[in-house]
Design a protein. Structure first.
Length: 73
């Protein structure tokens, strides 16, 4: 999916799910969360890989759903 989007000249960002959750947590702590989400919203395709390889907390699931909801509105 990501490669097809790149070939179609779309902007693409790839994250492992655990890495994205870490970045969200760090952004919350350092006050850059809104900026991080805004940057993600400007990317055409965000690929989140490796779902389910490690447990996701309830808060982590909420964070991911918020990111997805911000993108699809």
């Amino acid at each position: 999916l990501g490669m097809a989007a790149i070939r179609a000249n779309a902007t693409v960002r790839y994250f492992k799910c655990s890495t994205l959750l870490e970045r969200i947590g760090t952004a919350r702590l350092d006050g850059s969360y809104r900026s991080f989400v805004t940057k993600l919203s400007r990317i055409d395709v965000v690929v989140i890989d490796d779902w389910g390889l490690s447990p996701i907390t309830v808060n982590g699931a909420r964070e991911l759903l918020d990111i997805i909801d911000d993108r699809v509105g």
